[in-house]
Design a protein around this ligand. Structure first.
Ligand code: NAD
Length: 484
């Protein structure tokens, strides 16, 4: 014992206290072994049978959490990052196995990105106003219990990202996860609880349901114990949260266009578009969903995309594929429902439906289409990328704006013309506008800035962070404490 430093002794003490707290709350601090969470999930360690029970447990945990120091909060966040990093691969594999969406390697990248680049308490800088009439301090306080609804497309990265941001801001959170990613989400939330209690935090600061459904999501949205909603998904969940009467931060759908003009570095554009549009098989909301290229350089771009690994579909091949990737008659210039069974699948699986066999390392199919084709206007979430030739950069920007449907989510442009870049940035009016890079650069992957997997365009927060999950509180001292 005499060889241990004080820091090591404190760490052991915190570990023991964390375990005892977990036991006294009637939960096991052990995460079930692989597969144990997959069926007949048992309550405990953040998992509850009802929304009422989950909200009540998180409310109690939040009260305890409020008694803790900021130093402890930082230790908890640091331990969440440490433990989630240990499980980044495991969580990616489980998410892929359960949902059948995307690519394991890309899911590992997403998990690591949120673990490393989601901001913590450093975002909660207070503001001071000092003058003749004294000193006013504005601080960022937690809401209390947040209700969070998460998508099937990024189950673990959304849960980890939201947990770090919300807990850093001093909140507890009740998740209603996507039913299609229930098992991996529950597993993830157990791990988060374990990481929190291990660092001396209260049990059940992060909770969820044994059986999440759309109905339970609505119950959460209307629960009197929930002060703020943060929902991530398609238009339905955004509409439901906005109609709840509560303050809601809504991260909704997108249809990110890419414009390539005649001044662009074509090889760089081609390489980035192939990589970006195929990231997790196109299921990330920011992924490139359609390309508009100025005619003068269209052939060069398409050839370069093939050099960078994309497979070009002929008109005949695509005509065969259309009724397979769409599940309804094609609607010109409109979003047309897609075949859900093919969302997030490898391009090999999709093209095998028309008898095409392509090498294993191909990540993306590309196809030239007419302006009215619904693939340009639809958030397809599969690695089949439509390309449209246009007469000029201005025409491309006008069409890109229409195709984005006013979501204000994400847009990308490859150009060296400052006028064109500025015009597109202004016209698109998106939460994320990436110039000369893949759209994931807007999430801090290969670009500067922090990461978020809840990009709130309908409600205007953009990439959410601990400030988004905080209330401003002002404290005023009249006529004193201006000390200069
Ligand atoms: P989804 O809308 O089907 O489901 C999202 C979540 O909302 C799930 O938990 C689901 O159970 C719940 N839900 C759905 N309809 C609901 C309703 N009417 N009432 C209450 N809850 C409801 O979306 P998904 O397939 O899981 O995810 C893909 C969609 O999410 C895409 O449109 C994508 O662009 C979007 N997305 C956006 C962001 C962002 O940051 N803006 C991030 C990820 C995904």
């Amino acid at each position: 014992m005499s060889n241990l430093t004080q820091e090591q002794i404190d760490r052991v003490a915190r570990l023991v206290i964390g375990r005892l707290q977990s036991r006294s709350a009637g939960v096991s601090s052990e995460v079930p072994p692989s597969g144990a969470a997959s069926s007949g999930v048992s309550p405990g360690n953040g998992i509850f049978p009802t929304i009422d029970a989950a909200v009540e447990a998180t409310r109690k945990a939040h009260l305890q959490f409020m008694q803790m120091t900021l130093a402890r909060r930082n230790e908890i966040i640091a331990n969440i990052r440490r433990r989630m990093l240990e499980h980044a691969e495991d969580l990616a594999k489980r998410a892929h196995e359960e949902t059948g969406l995307g690519r394991v390697a890309d899911k590992i990248v997403k998990n690591k990105l949120v673990i490393e680049k989601t901001p913590g308490t450093e975002m909660l800088t207070p503001t001071a106003y000092s003058g003749d009439r004294g000193l006013t301090l504005v601080e960022l306080a937690p809401y209390g219990v947040i209700g969070s609804v998460t998508p099937v497309t990024n189950p673990t990265s959304s849960i980890i990202c939201n947990t770090i941001g919300m807990v850093a801001a001093g909140n507890g959170v009740v998740f209603n996860v996507h039913p299609g990613a229930k098992n991996v989400s529950i597993y993830n939330i157990r791990l988060l609880n374990q990481a929190i209690t291990e660092a001396g935090g209260p049990p059940n600061l992060v909770t969820t349901l044994v059986n999440p459904t759309v109905e339970s999501a609505n119950e959460l949205m209307h629960h009197p114990g929930v002060r703020l909603l943060v929902v991530t998904g398609g238009s339905g969940v955004v509409k439901a949260a906005m109609a709840s009467g509560k303050r809601a931060i809504c991260a909704g759908p997108g249809n990110p266009p890419v414009v390539v003009d005649e001044t662009a570095d074509i090889d760089q554009a081609a390489k980035n578009i192939v990589r970006g549009a195929s990231m997790d098989n196109n299921i990330i909301c920011v992924d490139e969903k359609e390309v508009l290229v100025v005619s003068k350089v269209a052939d060069l771009l398409i050839a370069a995309m093939q050099r960078h690994g994309a497979v070009l579909l002929t008109r005949g091949q695509f005509m065969q594929l259309e009724p397979i990737i769409f599940s309804a008659p094609l609607q010109p210039r409109q979003q047309t429902p897609v075949n859900k069974a093919l969302i997030g699948k490898d391009v090999q699986v999709i093209l095998s439906k028309i008898g095409m066999k392509i090498p294993k390392d191909v990540r993306l199919a590309i196809v030239e289409v007419e302006e009215d084709h619904p693939l340009l206007w639809t958030e397809q979430m599969m690695p089949v990328l439509p390309i449209l030739r246009v007469s000029s950069a201005d025409r491309a920007i006008d069409l890109a704006k229409e195709m984005e449907h006013g979501y204000g989510h994400t847009a990308v442009m490859y150009s060296k013309n400052l006028d064109n870049l500025s015009r597109m940035a202004r016209e698109m009016n998106c939460s994320i506008f990436v110039k000369n890079g893949p759209s994931v650069a807007g999430l801090g992957y290969g670009g500067e800035g922090y990461c978020s997997f809840s990009i709130a365009s309908p409600t205007g927060e953009g990439l959410t962070n601990p400030r988004s999950f905080s209330r401003e509180r002002r404290c005023v001292l009249v006529d004193h404490f201006r000390i200069v």
